[in-house]
Structure formats: structure tokens, C-alpha cells
Design a protein around this ligand. Structure first.
Ligand code: FAD
Ligand code: MG
Length: 352
């Protein structure tokens, strides 16, 4: 009897311990079991799934890097490089790190490409609307009008050779909220590659970046959130490898006042939350930084102009969800996007 129990204990240990130890053991021998982690930075949840050896240590390195990027690029706490650039607006150039310069350059490039629908200098309006605060309120028309004078990406000068940047007018503010999480996701993918990982997934608050496919060679499946459903509900699935899949929408951060919804994506032409007829957008591209900026840009531009921008760029694909609950996808996504609307409230429009 005792011998049988002992044998059972040994068998249990042989089968179960490697799995129970998932959080601390390297996975060299168990390549099909990913290491999964969940953290918090940049005001959002960060999920990683890594296949291969030393995954836990690699995920820690990724989080260290993300926190470093956050410290440099945030405008939510003091001491960062973007805060310094904003403090010196209208006064002088500010020296910044190479990576900060890289993100500023990308942000200016997408401001130009979208003709200011994405505007890296939208900061003063974002601060005034302050949808993140406990008691947000609707600013007066005059206030919005006066702040619009401060929003113009052409007023951001970047001196690449000397790694310096400057804002032209006092009161102007760079806000990288629509692009920095994308940059961070690209950095995570670079760290995975440096450590010879060939299969990994990271999600930084809706910015998904994929390295390779799953270990069995199949594609990752990324759910596209139902913008009017609860968290975890989807309107479809994108199956892909080695891509970034980034979503923006009016459902992420907003407040309601007198029955009107005010969300966090501002139209830099009007100074008010974008009202383009879209409620959510997703961009699929090689780089997450591009997909992040573009998902915000096309949300502001609306279906027609947004579709035109994506088609003209080439190499990027997009999903548009309209307020009338119609779902449009670009040509290149038709084979890898599966429309799966649990709510049955959406209409998949394959042709425009
Ligand atoms: P996106 O569409 O990608 O971006 C929308 C955001 O971009 C807006 O919130 C605004 O900041 C900005 N924006 C609005 N309109 C435009 C426009 N037309 N053009 C360009 N930009 C625009 N949140 C917290 O609550 N606490 C924090 O401590 C915090 N720290 C952060 C630190 C960093 C470095 C970053 C990047 C973000 C931080 N956030 C924080 C913000 C938070 O995570 C935001 O919700 C997020 O950045 C918005 O991203 P999104 O994917 O939801 O939407
Ligand atoms: Mg974005």
C-alpha cells in the first residue's frame, strides 16, 4: 500500500512539476509551453507570451526597457525628456537621446503623411480635455479655439545631427500617447530576437506585436475587439505572423456628459474628439510604431480618407468599424481576417 502511494507521488512529480514550475523554469525542453506574464506600465496592462529558454528573464528585460521608454517619453510624470522639451517650448532646443529622437521623427513623419490628422503637438488639447482625470469636463469653445493655435506639427523642429528638438511657441506640447506604445512593442520584439527567441507575442494596451508564428508553424490569432461589446468580445480574428496589429477606438478612454460621449482621440482641426463616423480602427503592419500612429490617424480621417491613406502607403492593411456598425477591411486583409461577430450586430462589407 505504502509502496503504491510512493509510486503515485513519484509519477505525479514527474508529470506535474515541470508544468507547475512554469513561472520559474526555462522551457528549453518544453518548447510548446509558453511563459506568460502580465505587468502594468504606460498606464496600461502589458501581456507577454514567450516560447523558448530563459523566457522569464527575457520578459523582465522587456519590462525594464518599457519602463525606461516610459520615463523618457511620458508627460504624466516629471523628469522625462518630452517634459523637458515641452518646458522649453518657445525658448530653446533640448538635447534628447537617440531613441527619443527616433520616435519624434516618426511622429512628425506621420503628422505630415496624415496632413495633421495625427498631430504630434496635440498635447495642449489632450491636457485640456483631460479625459483621464477623475472629474473631466467639457472645455469652453473659446478655450478650445485658443488652444488650436498651439497645435501645429510644423512647429516641431528636429535637429538630427545634434540630437536636439525644439517647439516654436510657448505653451506648445508634444504628446506621444498615440505612438510611444507602438515603439515600445517594437523594442520588445528586438529584445526577443537578441535572445534568439523565434516565437513571442506582446500586447501593450491594444498594441499587439508578433514575433514569428506559433511554435507549430501556425499563425497567431489576434482578436479584434467589439467596440460596443464588453472586454473580451470580438468582431473578428486576424491570423498572421511577424506583424504588428494595433487598434484605436472611442471605447478605450472617454467620459459622458449630458448624454454626449467625449473620447480621447482629438481631431486637431476642430479641437474636439474626432467625429469621423468611425468607432474603431485597426492597422496591421511590419512595425508597431507605424501601426500605432496610423490607427490613430485613420480614426481621425474617417473611412474614405483613411482608406486612401492606407492604400497609398502600401505594405500596411487596416480594418475600419463605422458608427453604423459596418466593418470594412483593405484588400490585403481579406484572406487573413475572419469576420466572427458574436453579437450579430455588425455587417461585414467586403466591397466598398
Ligand atoms: P491611441 O489612438 O493610440 O492614442 C490616443 C492618444 O494619443 C490620446 O490619449 C492622446 O494622448 C493622443 N492623441 C489624441 N489625439 C491625437 C491626435 N489627433 N494625434 C496624435 N495624438 C493624439 N495613462 C495613464 O492613465 N497614466 C499614465 O501614467 C500613463 N502613462 C503613459 C506613458 C506613456 C509613455 C504613454 C505612451 C502613455 C501613457 N498613458 C498613461 C496613456 C495611456 O496608456 C493611453 O491610453 C494611451 O497612450 C492611448 O493609447 P490608445 O492605444 O488607447 O490610443
Ligand atoms: Mg495609436
Amino acid at each position: 500500500m505504502e509502496k503504491r502511494i510512493l509510486l503515485l507521488i513519484i509519477a505525479f512529480m514527474a508529470v506535474c512539476l515541470p508544468a507547475c514550475n512554469m513561472q520559474s523554469e526555462p522551457y528549453g525542453k518544453f518548447d510548446t509551453v509558453p511563459y506568460e506574464s502580465e505587468d502594468f506600465a504606460m498606464g496600461t496592462v502589458i501581456k507577454q507570451r514567450i516560447f523558448g529558454s530563459n523566457a522569464e528573464e527575457i520578459s523582465r528585460k522587456v519590462m525594464e526597457r518599457i519602463r525606461e521608454i516610459e520615463d523618457d517619453l511620458t508627460i504624466n510624470k516629471q523628469g522625462g525628456e518630452i517634459n523637458k522639451l515641452n518646458d522649453f517650448a518657445g525658448t530653446d532646443f533640448v538635447e534628447v537621446k537617440e531613441d527619443t529622437l527616433k520616435v519624434l521623427e516618426k511622429a512628425k513623419e506621420f503628422s505630415e503623411l496624415s496632413n495633421g490628422a495625427f498631430d504630434v503637438t496635440v498635447g495642449p488639447l489632450v491636457k485640456e480635455w483631460d479625459v483621464f482625470s477623475e472629474n473631466p469636463s467639457v472645455p469652453s469653445k473659446d478655450k478650445v479655439q485658443s488652444l488650436l493655435n498651439l497645435v501645429n506639427y510644423k512647429d516641431l523642429t528636429i535637429d538630427k545631427n545634434q540630437s536636439k528638438a525644439k517647439l516654436e511657441k510657448k505653451g506648445q506640447m508634444v504628446d506621444l500617447g498615440a505612438i510611444a506604445k507602438g515603439f515600445a512593442a517594437d523594442e520588445a520584439i528586438n529584445i526577443y530576437k537578441e535572445h534568439n527567441v523565434t516565437s513571442a507575442f506582446i500586447n501593450i494596451g491594444g498594441n499587439v506585436a508578433l514575433l514569428g508564428g506559433k511554435p507549430d508553424g501556425s499563425s497567431w490569432k489576434v482578436g479584434i475587439r467589439d467596440p460596443r461589446g464588453s472586454e473580451g468580445s470580438y468582431i473578428g480574428i486576424v491570423s498572421t505572423k511577424d506583424k504588428a496589429v494595433v487598434s484605436s477606438g472611442d471605447y478605450q478612454r472617454y467620459f459622458i456628459k449630458d448624454g454626449v460621449k467625449y473620447h480621447h482621440i482629438i481631431d486637431p482641426k476642430t479641437g474636439y474628439p474626432a467625429d469621423s463616423g468611425l468607432i474603431a480602427t485597426t492597422v496591421v503592419s511590419d512595425l508597431s510604431v507605424d501601426a500605432d500612429a496610423l490607427s490613430t490617424a485613420i480614426f481621425v480621417l474617417g473611412l474614405e480618407k483613411g482608406m486612401e491613406l492606407i492604400e497609398n502607403l502600401g505594405g500596411v492593411e487596416a480594418i475600419f468599424i463605422t458608427a453604423r456598425k459596418k466593418v470594412y477591411v483593405t484588400e490585403g486583409l481579406k484572406d487573413i481576417f475572419q469576420f466572427e461577430d458574436g453579437s450579430r450586430g455588425y455587417e461585414y462589407v467586403k466591397k466598398r
